[in-house]
Design a protein. Sequence first.
Length: 452
Amino acid sequence: MSVFERAVESVFISDGLSVKDAVARYKERREHVLKRCRDITVLTGVNEALGEKNVWAQCDYPLYQDPSLLYLTGLNQSHVALVMNPFSKKQYLGLPKQDKNKEFWEGYVFSFHSSTLKECRDLLGVDDVFDVRYLKQFIHDEMMREKSNRCGLFWYETKGKDRAVRDSHWAFKASLKTYFKRKEKKVHLHNIQGIFESRLCLDKVDRDNLLTANKYSADIFKRCLALFSTYKTETELAGYVKGEIYKASPLGQSFPAIVASGKNAAVLHYHSNNQPLEPNGLVLIDFGLRYFAMPADISRTVPANGVFNPLQKLLYNCVLKTQQEVEKRVKAGVTVSELNDVCWSFLEQELDEKFISIGGHYSRPYKKVPHFVSHLIGHSVHDGDPYRYYRDVPLKEGMVISNEPGLYGEFDCEIDGVRYSEHCGIRIEDDLLVTESGCINLSASCPKTVVD
């Protein structure tokens, strides 16, 4: 087995296809992007492995590539860059220089070495590969060859006074500006972010894989429910969920699982997972399995003792009915902001009619909206621009969004002569595939009603 065949096993995301078909699919995607390019276009991935700078940070995160680069190459490794030349119609891939000692210590990745150029080109379906250490020089030479002073780069553009996300794309743009300034060459760098928005409309392979990710996640939750009475701590429950995820997929979790008991669930992104389960309280589980490149994102809230008390049931059903109302409204052409307005207005109405009207009281760390009801899901579990400008853009067929209304705080009410008090968080989350006339609930197999 060659070095590159081993690299395929290690860092190439095939999405369940044969290597040949997967390579052809990534190449077709690149050709589609190349047709929209007007200048030399560059896309960089993560520029360092997790823990490379902070050597003590031994991160367990099997998939960490930039979503756009992953979409075009399938390469889940650091130090990769894609250069596309619309004039020559050629595609070039920058790879790290081969390091046999690093291969011995850490395993195989795709790398640059003069003796294996043809094999690498043929395997990855590109016109040529180069040493990524000289990426800026490579860009300069391509621009000189085409007598161009324009270069397309990817970065997340801000609007108004929003502060720029200083990720690897931002850092590369800054370093490339400095490089050309030192060469005393005037170059116009323009943003190609819009070219990649089409990837958020998933193709059939990605849709099927995301459905599988949801089904596997649902199966884990069902097994978890059957064993629930045996768990005494958040740690035990989180350990089971994470262990089952890694049994089902080598790419592991979509994100670090949240297991929050009682008042801990009122912390939106609680990650300690280290407290005892409150015997009569609610437990919020927010988790998901990544199947190839596709990440599921599901939240469920269950009673630790297996039975909802009357107040828990009342509050839970308010959230569940809200989620069902939002799902009815999802279709192509609607915006996430519109769904958000529907969500929180409906939930407030439910609370007024079902809770406040019978003498209930609550104290919440927010007025009405604790978080948005939806986010995009694609090659990243929270996909789309990090500023969430996409919330005001009409959804398209093939996009996937979360549907996750929640209720958080302290609640008190007398029901049938008994006073109940809860300090809790309730969130119910499904993944919805947008269609022209509605949506398909990819998480439908995961139990969520009180009866379930």
